[in-house]
Design a protein around this ligand. Structure first.
Ligand code: TXA
Ligand code: MG
Length: 344
């Protein structure tokens, strides 16, 4: 398949290009589009064939459901059974990096939801995503636009590495601002269950709902045969080729440990900016200051991809804190590291 590449910097001046993208989707094709979290691999969420094409392009098991992207929170009415808590969440966080799991209506085929009777709904804030969904007039089903098992793409260049030749069009809308996928919550009888941490933190959710529980799989490895609340939790994610090891301990001990390891083998390090000089004999990917979790989130997936492109034998990163945005970083890194944590 020949993939068309377009770049959108002005949604008004370039509306014709976006209208062409919408018509590809209307005809059942696939278009990769930018969002504020990561790039999405989009197809018409109301069509069976589109979901099948998405799974094929990603190389993803078809029991892992897709998020449907809508232009306005109230559009969910046509596709899901909403409730009062959904609208409170929408008022506080939409458009933005929040996905809500709701009971599915028949308008969304089970091929989109991986056979489930629930549907994941998200209203992205990126202007290109918003305009594209509006022009379509139907929701866009989109997983992250990476090949299954690769880090989610946060730039059009990273999308092209994985998706060139597998989709009809790739829209470049610049670097994803947040850099980690959306926060996913399920509305339960008595509150919210956090299924995947992201840009909307637990503290922020707690302002809207006083009962927020964190699903076990967010922090821990699922036991064999354990049934996850979200099918995506059971797959290995974001895995670099060289082993990734997370280092826990005070910063001085972590630095000393890496320096000692460098003598034995080639190390790549996802380091804090302020560690750059001290680690100059390693392959370095500075992802932000120690206290700048937003920068670390923004740069994490690009750093993992870039570290993979080196001849490093091992990749090290700091074990993030489990609070605030740190919880999302922690969740992605423990999966990328297959839960390998070394205390130093
Ligand atoms: O930020 C994002 O959410 C990005 C952008 C493109 O919007 N999308 C994204 O999609 O990360 P994906 O498919 O890579 O991850 C969606 C996760 C999967 O782990 C899936 O299992 C879960 O959401 N999910 C989707 N529908 C669900 C449902 N009905 N019940 C439980 N989990 C669901
Ligand atoms: Mg994904």
């Amino acid at each position: 398949m020949n993939t068309e590449h377009i770049k959108i910097t002005d949604i008004v001046a370039e509306e014709n290009d976006l209208a062409r993208a919408a018509s590809i989707l209307r005809e059942g094709g696939l278009v990769v589009f930018p969002t504020e979290t990561v790039y999405g691999l989009g197809g018409d969420a109301t069509r069976d064939e589109a979901a099948k094409k998405i799974y094929a392009a990603k190389g993803r098991p078809s029991d892992n459901p897709l998020i449907i992207h809508i232009a306005n929170p109230a559009d969910a009415e046509a596709y899901a059974v909403t409730n009062e808590l959904y609208y409170r969440l929408a008022k506080a966080f939409m458009p933005g990096p929040l996905t809500v799991i709701l009971p599915r209506k028949e308008t969304i085929p089970t091929s989109t939801t991986g056979g489930l009777d629930s549907v994941a709904v998200r209203c992205p804030a990126h202007p290109v995503a918003h305009k594209l969904i509006e022009l379509c007039g139907f929701p866009i089903a989109a997983p992250s636009a990476n090949l299954s098992g690769k880090p989610s793409p946060t730039s059009a260049a990273h999308v092209a590495q994985d998706m060139d030749g597998r989709v009809d069009m790739i829209i470049d809308g610049g670097e994803s601002e947040i850099g980690l996928e959306s926060t996913i919550v399920k509305i339960a009888d008595d509150g919210l269950i956090l299924l995947r941490p992201g840009g909307i933190t637990c503290d922020a959710l707690s302002l809207v709902c006083d009962n927020v529980t964190v699903a076990d799989a967010v922090l821990h490895q699922l036991a064999e045969n354990e049934r996850p609340l979200s099918p995506g939790m059971k797959y290995r994610h974001y895995a670099p080729t060289a082993p990734l090891v997370l280092l826990s301990g005070n910063d001085a001990d972590v630095l000393a440990y890496i320096q000692q390891e460098t003598a034995a083998r080639k190390c790549a390090v996802l380091c804090y900016n302020e560690e750059f000089d001290a680690l100059n004999n390693c392959i370095l990917f500075p992802i932000g200051q120690k206290n700048d979790l937003a920068s670390q989130a923004h740069k994490l997936f690009a750093a993992l991809r870039d570290a993979d492109g080196t001849d490093a034998e091992i990749i090290y990163a700091h074990l993030p804190p489990q609070s605030g945005l740190g919880l999302a970083l922690y969740n992605r890194l423990i999966r990328a590291a297959a839960h390998t944590i070394k205390k130093v």
